[in-house]
Write a protein that binds this ligand. Structure first.
Ligand code: GLV
Ligand code: MN
Ligand code: MN
Length: 430
């Protein structure tokens, strides 16, 4: 026991020490980042050939680190490193493999590959814990292909709505069809669900995607909460016509109406300190230079740490959109397809994360997440928390996303330390 304690403490970072995990992790992140649908940029949407290739590559890395590997019916990938006794509950660590369009290489990928580095280290040391350690590489977190944000972790906790499997991508393909094309079976999606008690806790390492840690000069943070969000698709229906012949006063232009609606959204969100709202995608139909737009579809993404404020603001926005459509003599249809309430992460696991960061010689700043994460869904099944890693200028969902090898190194150390501490803490509770 004494020997183990010494061995552990010798692994904690000291200033100026050579990086143990960072450089290799950064090389793997580069390799993962090169698996893309579109050459010249990183785009890896759920169930694309690139996503499936990233699953195969990650599977090989998991096996090499000593894990037994399997995919579930929705193509989430899991690697299991058994505990001292086989079949015991697992501490799950991980993140997601899908990306936004024209992404950076750290959102999601960092959490998956850092988790593999943690298991590789346990495996190298021959160290078995009271719990198994399971690495998760979720398939669909971003909602960048289908409007199904966080589908695969929702399936794991038994909360995926079957209607989401009928969601369509921009080419009209449903999740069911994409799964079948990938050799999967959507009908088996219920088999993704894990039983309560099978997973003792979930920990996710992720880039902060915001500026707080960098501003404070800190490499790591302990995440306490995840903001709530609502997502809608708005369809504005006007009347297409000739761009040269229809007088300005006689038009029912769906795009000018949508523009007024988007400015109303911006004004509404800007007036509240704790509210953000974004229109990230828009389709203009028929989409020709000399045709007045007859139909426009756009997305709304609204988030806040305060659910009551977000709900009130969303309701007011929808009333504004209907008023604008009416004033202009257009139709508007609003489909609100997803709502996630704000969520406090587990206080006990957040405490363990803070202790682990402190044990790595860093100040454990506590902060909330403005972005959504699989951890927010996993919290429905088991105590969950997150570690944030500083990213350059707080930039994310952008190819300029950047972290340092030194921060990545600290991230792996903190995750490893948190897993060991959690193993002891949860072991005492069992
Ligand atoms: C995921 O990145 C999200 O918060 O949209
Ligand atoms: Mn992410
Ligand atoms: Mn993301």
């Amino acid at each position: 026991m004494q020997k183990q304690t010494n061995r552990r403490s010798s692994r904690i970072a000291t200033k100026g020490a050579a990086l143990r995990f960072g450089p290799a992790l950064m090389r793997r992140l580069d390799a993962l980042g090169s698996i893309t649908e579109i050459p010249g940029q990183l785009t890896r949407r759920y169930l694309s050939l690139a996503h499936l290739a990233s699953v195969r590559q990650t599977e090989a890395w998991m096996a090499e680190a000593g894990m037994a590997v399997r995919t579930d019916p929705l193509f989430s990938l899991f690697g299991r490193y058994e505990g001292k006794k086989p079949g015991v509950p697992a501490i799950m660590i991980g993140s997601h493999l899908d990306t936004v369009v024209d992404a950076g290489r750290y959102d999601g990928g960092l959490g998956v590959l850092a988790a593999i580095a943690v298991v590789a280290e346990l495996s190298r040391l021959g160290e078995r814990l009271e719990h198994a350690v399971e690495v998760a590489a979720f398939g669909e977190e971003e909602g960048s292909r289908f409007p199904t944000h966080i589908l695969t972790s929702s399936a794991l906790v038994g909360a995926a709505k079957p209607a989401l499997l009928d969601a369509r991508d921009a080419d009209g393909m449903t999740v069911r069809e994409a799964l079948a094309a990938a050799g999967g079976d959507a009908k088996a999606y219920r088999a993704c669900a894990r039983k309560k008690g099978e997973i003792a806790a979930y920990l996710e390492l992720h880039i902060e995607q915001g500026p707080v840690l960098e501003t404070k000069g800190l490499p790591l943070g302990a995440v306490t909460a995840i903001n709530g969000s609502v997502r809608s698709v708005v369809t504005v229906t006007g009347f297409a016509g000739h761009a040269g012949t229809v007088p300005m006063g006689a038009r029912r232009d769906a795009l000018t109406a949508a523009s007024e609606m988007i400015l109303a959204l911006e004004r509404l969100a800007a007036a509240e300190r704790d509210l953000v709202a974004t229109v990230g995608r828009m389709k203009v139909l028929p989409g020709a230079q000399n045709v007045i737009p007859g139909r426009v579809e756009f997305t709304i993404d609204m988030r806040s740490p305060a659910d009551a404020l977000r709900r009130r603001a969303h309701a007011r926005l929808l009333a504004d959109l209907r008023r604008i459509a009416k004033q202009r003599g257009l139709g508007v249809d609003i489909d609100t397809f997803q709502e996630n309430p704000a969520l406090m992460l587990d206080a006990g696991v957040v405490e363990v994360v803070s202790e682990a960061i402190a044990a790595c010689g860093q100040e454990p700043l506590r902060l909330a997440s403005g972005a959504g994460h699989d951890a927010g869904i996993m919290a429905k099944l088991c105590p969950s928390a997150m570690i944030f890693v500083r990213c350059k200028d707080g930039v994310s969902h952008n190819p300029a996303e950047s972290i340092t090898a030194a921060d990545a190194d600290l991230g792996v150390q903190a995750l490893l330390e948190a897993v060991r501490r959690l193993d002891r803490r949860l072991g005492r509770r069992r």
